[in-house]
Design a protein around this ligand. Structure first.
Ligand code: ATP
Length: 514
């Protein structure tokens, strides 16, 4: 655990030191769970957003993108169920006065059981070597079977009590499991209560006529209310999708995990409108398609897993999360939800407007069903950033810190370095800079010995360094160095553009997993 904590602390301090993420309003000591993206962070975030947008909108001729407002008519949130049901169960510790999400306390307890299972598996793997059959071991080892049953039983009970809104049973479960305040060890808990997560605000200046609004807690509703507008003006035929990226706001009860859980965050969502009855097939399709998108970034297949929901949200008939192995364990990164016709039917009811699609093949109108994919941009940022940050032992015994961001996402693609600050080398280096900047974000650095500059670029995540030396003046060649392998190659200046393009081209990355 200490190790995980250390790794996570390193991620947070590296993000600050290398201009990726700053605490918000830091000169006033910051604001809890609110962060700013810095010069490199803004680029990385934009590249992740573009990578998603290209895969979802550009690559699907039946998906279009919109950009709806954060503020919406307040009835939207009555219709969507958020006013009545967008709650989290909270519990306070009477001694420490700290507030927790009751379901998360139980889930963390289960995560500890799962960690025990992983430990047993790792031990057995070591013992049996190549002959080890993991599936068989997990299914038959008495200790592992016991842990697995225990974990499943707890999650099942939690799911059922939340479903029935039996908050007393959630409290009973916490007591039976003897879950203590993670910070202080105290088991002196209050009752479990529901807490609505929406941020309220007001529209209009005068107190009398002001209208109560909410900052949107999800981007999805901006898509639902525009469903017919897009369908008609875009002449879309079912099945089709509407995608959007944008800010969402949730007054999270506990937000202590850096950008994993923020109060202001960004979502990338796509609602796919389908014929009722076809939801199972599309659910499977989007689960697979979205996982492939993640895998295309090459961050390790073992770092992802699906978690199918026991407890379904009020709108869903099936739901699964793609979980990622963050520095603090496997947690939700993306949700794939079969939302039925819940949202559109509710908006029909509350607006008294028909939100139906005329299906020419069936020769009838119906309210479409919806398959949703919903990923947090900031969570994706944390997944990419934390997975990329590595300490490497080098052959000469020293270590280097390297941020192995997928090259397609890296904020700066190339650093141009004159070997020395004289003899005309900076001039040539600047010429290369001026040429490459039309195609890529590039940076120029002439300060310190070249070895130190390499390290600086490694830590900042720049995939390529181009060094201009005295030979360059003679033969117009330069050294290109790869961040991950540290391999150096002599190439012609005129080849640089194509070499880098090959490695950072979205097409080549998205094609990796078909
Ligand atoms: P969690 O259970 O972690 O609170 P959720 O199930 O409420 O998440 P959804 O409503 O399904 O999340 O939202 C879709 C996605 O938005 C999530 O998969 C996550 O990546 C992202 N997300 C949700 N809440 C936050 C938050 N407070 N900060 C950052 N990202 C978030």
């Amino acid at each position: 655990m200490a190790n995980q904590d250390d790794q996570f602390k390193k991620v947070i301090s590296h993000a600050k030191e290398y201009g990726y993420i700053f605490p918000s309003s830091e000169i006033y000591d910051g604001l809890s769970a609110v962060y700013d993206y810095a010069q490199n962070g803004a680029e990385l975030k934009k590249n992740i957003r573009d990578y998603w947008w290209k895969a979802m909108v550009q690559m699907h001729d039946n998906i279009v993108g919109i950009d709806a407002s954060i503020l919406m008519h307040p009835t939207t949130w009555k219709a969507s169920g958020h006013v009545d049901a967008f709650n989290d169960p909270l519990i306070d510790n009477k001694d420490s006065k700290k507030r927790y999400r009751a379901d998360v306390l139980v889930e963390d307890y289960v995560a500890k059981i799962e960690a025990k299972i992983d430990k047993e598996v790792a031990k057995a793997e070591k013992r049996f070597g190549d002959a080890f059959d993991k599936e068989q071991f997990v299914a038959t080892n008495p200790r592992v079977v016991k842990y697995t049953e225990q974990a499943q039983a707890i999650l099942k009970r939690l799911g059922q009590s939340l479903e029935k809104e039996d908050l007393a049973d959630v409290k009973a479960l916490i007591e039976e499991l003897e879950i203590a305040d993670p910070d202080t060890g105290s088991k002196n808990w209050t009752e479990v209560k529901q807490f609505n997560l929406m941020f309220g605000t007001k529209l209009g200046a005068s107190a009398d006529s002001a209208m109560d609004l909410y900052l949107r807690p999800e981007t999805a509703q901006g898509i639902f209310v525009n469903f017919l507008n897009v369908q008609k003006t875009g002449r879309m035929k079912i099945p089709f999708g509407i995608a959007q990226t944008g800010k969402a706001f949730r007054n999270e009860i506990v937000a202590r995990q850096f950008i994993f859980r923020m109060r202001e965050f960004e979502q990338m969502e796509m609602q796919f409108f389908i014929k009722p009855g076809t939801q199972k097939e599309w659910y499977d399709y989007w689960k697979e398609t979205r996982l492939k998108w993640h895998l295309s970034l090459g961050m390790g297949e073992d770092n992802y897993r699906f978690h199918d929901h026991e407890k379904l949200a009020h709108y869903a008939d099936a739901a699964s999360d793609i979980e990622f192995k963050f520095p603090f364990g496997f947690k939700e990164l993306e949700g794939i939800h079969s939302r039925t016709d819940f949202d559109l039917a509710q908006h029909e009811k509350f607006s008294n407007k028909k939100l139906q699609y005329f299906d020419p093949e069936e020769n009838k109108s119906y309210v479409p069903y919806v398959l949703e994919t919903s990923i947090g941009l900031d969570r994706m940022f944390l997944a990419v950033f934390s997975n990329s940050l590595q300490e490497e032992e080098l052959e000469n015994g020293s270590t280097r810190t390297v941020l192995k961001l997928p090259a397609v996402l890296a904020p700066t693609k190339v650093a141009i370095l004159p070997l020395v600050k004289k003899d005309g080398l900076p001039e040539v280096a600047k010429e290369i800079f001026e040429e490459l900047k039309w195609d890529f974000n590039v940076t120029y650095d002439e300060k310190d010995a070249v070895g130190r500059r390499y390290r600086r670029q490694d830590a900042a995540g720049t995939p390529f360094c181009v060094t201009v030396d005295h030979d360059t003046l003679e033969d117009q060649t330069v050294t290109i160095r790869h961040r991950d392998t540290m391999e150096q190659k002599r190439v012609k200046i005129t080849e640089l553009r194509d070499l880098v393009k090959e490695e950072v081209d979205v097409r080549n990355w998205l094609m990796k997993v078909k």
